[in-house]
Design a protein around this ligand. Sequence first.
Ligand code: NAD
Length: 337
Amino acid sequence: MMKGTIRITRLGSKLAARRGFSTTSRQLDNYAFIGLGQMGFQMARNLQSKLSPNDRVRLFDINTAAAEQLAHEMKTSQAGGAAVELAKSAADAAKESDVTITCLPEPQHVRSAYTELLSPGLPARPRPSLFIDCSTIDPSSSREVAALVEQAGGVFVDAPMSGGVVGATAGTLTFMLGAPDSLVSRVEPILLRMGRRVLHCGAQGAGLSAKLANNYLLAINNIATAEAMNLGVKWGLDPKVLAGVINVSTGKCWPSEVNNPVPGVVETAPASRDYKGGFGIGLMKKDLKLAMIAAQEAGARLELAPKAKDVYEDAEEEEQCRGRDFSVVYRYLGGQE
Ligand code: NAD
């Protein structure tokens, strides 16, 4: 091969095609990743390791220790990947980026990070800077932030995810994308570096609506499963027998089949390891509240939501339940372990 010739592998050319640039004039892609907590830390690591050394990722978290640790891990990793830089602020991270990904806890954090990073204005570029927010927030707040980004000349999509920390670490997340059709081909390959599935749910905000509707159902199913299992056990049924009946019958749901709340029924479920790991009761409470806000705005009645909220709040007050997987509601109900 002649010196200086770029050898294009089939995968490389596919990726290049997905990225939307010519394989003969390979250009640098600048990424910013803001919010390096339980999810963002792992997602940023997967993204960086799958990018080319010609690309660059700038990292920022208000917790500087998290950003420093991640930068160190990336720089010393055998996986190679994009160049890594630490940024001093959200604005510093995003100032030259083609793509900025945010993964922040709640609506107020997303609003404040975007207000800050947009404050210096966005540089003019051939195609607008892309902002992907993976935080779980309410659709109205997300639309407000999208409008700010658009005013500044950028484009903003919502891509909340499911799969938890395990999925973020393994790069197997599912993203629910809210974006105009015209942006899907630009966003999808980026998300697929951190996950395995991208479900385009509709226009901006639709990813969050889908995520919150799903998690509302999950919040209710989880309590109902814990109650039904507790009921059966109190009636003298073997919990494995009862779960076996439910899981081939009409009560079957994810909490009964995969995340059964009774210890020992599903060996891999958090209930079988003292409810440790899994989806924290605090996060379930947060998503339920966001669903209730969004439901009120849309004029949709949620009869069960207030009671479910009380259950999660009361459970979290108890030392034996606090910080554990949300299936710990079974313990809160006094279920036999
Ligand atoms: P986390 O609290 O572990 O991490 C959030 C990070 O954001 C922290 O490191 C914090 O320091 C940083 N941060 C806060 N404000 C900031 C700001 N203004 N600028 C820069 N950084 C800032 O949260 P997480 O578990 O990683 O979750 C992130 C989002 O993903 C949440 O919206 C959550 O609901 C959602 N989510 C979490 C899970 C899960 O299992 N943890 C699963 C699906 C979705």
